[in-house]
Design a protein around this ligand. Structure first.
Ligand code: IPM
Ligand code: MN
Length: 368
């Protein structure tokens, strides 16, 4: 287990838990939000009595433009040895779309076999949602997105490219192993979360009659081992409708990579937008990576106006994953205090505070 802290003697009698955390601030507003996240994580760690040993990696658009390197092999090898990775944002306006996303973000997810993308959708107090008549009591669910297969596997090709008879094929890869480990994680997670104890499979079995037939069969088989977890199925199109009309019906949703990508942007907006939406790319037996799910937002870069709460919440998820559950809960409570009593809006430039002031507010709101 790489997530376990290495114990280091910090004095004659006390042993401090130390976690090696790789930081990839990345592009655009990434460095600004990561700075606030680190500020909050440092404060939480000091309170809880553990230590975060940061290792900063300079990868992203600027490095690519300077050196043509996307993700050097030596960096990847070092990332394999840390307890967790904390990522800001990837995407640069002067780099062709796809190069950095595929070469860094997707590459890390695949190379480190981070087969779960865990994305909580929770409306915090005081946060505006576009859903009429819905409040924090209605919006609190988690999407478990398969993160290494499906349409993201990169299987496909062209035939007769550039001609009038061109064919483009992009295949969705669904393996028994990949689907089963994702579905099992989702059942375990639903049980552990202990809320409604309801797991919804989101698919499209009426059209994807091979891929989602496999998902459905695996889901039903694994469900038999979790009789305490209630199960449901919804087609992805209907899922979008219910997420808007009755989000309170959901507790945990498990779905494939592409559908998970799409429904979690819908999830992000109903929880208040990209300023608050966080996620974890998990390899339960390896190195996991935590990130705000929004992009690099070039137009806000360097202005100290972007909302750092998504990065702060991603940091909280990282602590929970590392086993520092009390500190993680403390960060979430502090964020809820700040949204509930301080911020005017979660939107960039409209918070009533700067990026660094929001970080300070969360630090102040941590329980003492
Ligand atoms: C996300 C993003 C990525 C994805 C992109 C940037 C490749 O949209 O993390 O949801 O599609 O997974
Ligand atoms: Mn996405």
């Amino acid at each position: 287990m790489t997530t376990r802290a290495t114990k280091q003697l910090s004095g004659p009698r006390t042993a401090t838990r130390t976690y090696q955390v790789a930081v990839i601030p990345g592009d655009g507003i990434g460095p600004e939000v990561v700075r606030e996240g680190q500020k909050v994580l440092e404060a939480a760690a000091a309170q809880a009595g553990f230590h975060l040993a940061w290792r900063r990696y300079d990868v992203g658009g600027e490095r690519y433009l300077r050196t043509q390197e996307v993700l050097p092999e030596s960096v990847l090898e070092e990332l394999r040895t840390v307890n967790a990775i904390y990522l800001g944002a990837i995407g640069h306006p002067e780099v062709k779309s796809g190069i950095l996303e595929q070469g860094i973000l997707l590459k890390l997810r695949f190379a480190l076999d981070q087969y779960i993308n865990l994305r909580p959708v929770k409306l915090y107090p005081g946060v505006w949602t576009p859903l009429k008549d819905k409040g924090p009591e209605h919006i609190d669910f988690v999407v478990v997105r398969e993160n290494t297969e499906g349409l993201y596997a990169g299987v496909g090709g062209f035939l007769r490219k550039g001609t009038a008879e061109e064919v483009a094929v992009q295949s969705s890869i669904n393996t028994r192993h990949g689907v089963e480990r994702c579905v099992r994680f989702a059942f375990d997670y639903t049980r552990r979360r202990g809320k409604q104890k309801k797991l919804t499979l989101c698919g499209k079995t009426n059209v994807l009659t091979y891929a989602h037939d496999l998902w459905q069969r695996v889901f039903n088989e694994v469900a038999a081992e979790y009789t305490d977890v209630q199960t449901e199925y919804t087609h992805v199109d209907a899922c979008c409708m219910w997420m808007v009309k009755n989000p309170e019906w959901f507790d945990v949703i498990v779905t494939d990579n592409m559908f998970g990508d799409i429904i979690t942007d819908l999830g992000a907006i109903i929880q208040g937008g990209m300023g608050i939406a966080a996620g974890g790319n998990l390899n339960p037996r390896g190195v996991s990576m935590f990130e705000p799910i929004g992009g690099s937002a070039p137009k806000y870069t360097g202005k100290n106006v972007i909302n750092p709460l998504a990065a702060i919440c991603a940091g909280g998820m990282m602590l929970e994953h590392l086993g520092e559950v009390r500190a993680a809960r403390g960060i979430e409570r502090a964020v809820m205090r700040v949204t509930g009593t301080k911020l005017k809006s979660l939107a960039a430039g409209e918070m009533g505070y700067s990026t660094s002031q929001v970080g300070d507010l969360v630090v102040q709101a941590l329980d003492t």
